[in-house]
Design a binder for this molecule. Sequence first.
Ligand SMILES: Cc1cc2nc3c(=O)[nH]c(=O)nc-3n(C[C@H](O)[C@H](O)[C@H](O)COP(=O)(O)O)c2cc1C
Length: 321
Amino acid sequence: MMLQTPLCALLGIQYPIIQAPIVPYTSPELIAAVANAGGLGSIGTVFRSFEDLKNDVARTRELTNQPFAINHTMRTFNEEAFVFTLNAKPAIISMALGDPGDFVKRAHDEGILFMHQVHSVQQALQAAERGVDVIIAQGSEAGGYGEYISTLTLVPQVVDAIHPIPVVAAGGIVDGRGLAAVLMLGAQGINMGTRFVASAESAMRPEGKQMIMHARSEDAVKANFIDDLFPPAPGLYPVVPRVLRTPFVEEWNRQPSQIKQKVEAVRLEVSTALQNKKFDELLPMAGQGCGMIRDILPAREIVNRIVKEAEETLKKKLGSF
Ligand SMILES: Cc1cc2nc3c(=O)[nH]c(=O)nc-3n(C[C@H](O)[C@H](O)[C@H](O)COP(=O)(O)O)c2cc1C
C-alpha cells in the first residue's frame, strides 16, 4: 500500500507531506531535503530581502529538481517579490492571512497552481470562489499566525464546504498518527511547520530548537499584543501568532495596552533580534505540537518516519483495540 492521495498527482509529489513556510527558518537545504524525500518544500518570502529570495530559489534549484512552493502572506505583502515568484514559476504558490483575490488568476495565467491557507469555513468558501486549487485548513494548535478553531473541528467542515477542492490539514500534526488522523477527516495531506522548525536543516539556532524540544504544549501561547505592535492592513484575517513563552512574550501579554507607548523601541528590539538571528529569543513561533517533539531530525527522516507510521497506523488500527 502506498500512502498517496490525489493531491500527490496534482502537485507532482510522492507523499502528501508539505513543509510549511516557517519564516524566518526556511532554508534551501530544508526545502530540497523535503522535496528529495518525496514531499513538498516551501520557500518563505516574509522577512527575506529580494536578493535573499532570488538566492534561495536558485540554490533550491541546484539542490533538487523536484517541485516546491513559494509562499507569500498578505500581512507583509511585497508586490515586487510576488512578481519575482510569478517569473520564477514554482510548481505552486501558497498564500495566507487574507483574501487571495486576483492573485489566483495571476498565478494561473503563468501556469502556476495556487494553494491558500484558511482558518474558518467562511474563509475557505471565499478562497474556493476565487478559484484556488488547494486549501490548507489550519487549526488553532498551529505555530505562527492563526485563529481559534481546532484542527479536529475545522478540517472536516472545510472538506465538506469546498468539495471537491483538495484540503490539506495544518496545526498540531507532527507524526504519522497525525497524518493518518486527518486523512480520516477527509484531508488529502498535511502542512507541518513546528516539526520542520525542529529539523536539522531549518535555519533556527540550536538554542531555539532546544526550546521546542523541551517545551510542553501549554508553553505554546498566543502573543495577544502583536496587532498593537505591528498593526495589520484593514480587511485581513483576524489572526494572532502562537509562540513559545519567553520573558518578552510574558511581559507584553501581561500588559498589552502598555506596548502602544513604547512601540518604536519594541519594534527596534524585534528587528534587531531578527537581524542578529536571535528572533527566537523574543518570538519563537511554534505550535502545540511541540509537546510531542523530543528530537531534532534530518528532514528526510521526518518525512520517512511519518510515511511509515501513517501507513502502519492505517493498516493496523481496526482490530487492534
Ligand atoms: C516559525 C513559523 C513561521 C511561519 N511562517 C509562515 C509564513 O511565513 N507563511 C505562512 O503561510 N505560514 C507560516 N507559518 C504557519 C505554517 O504555514 C503552518 O500553518 C503551521 O506551522 C502549521 O502548524 P504546526 O506548526 O502545528 O505544524 C509559520 C509557522 C511557524 C511555526
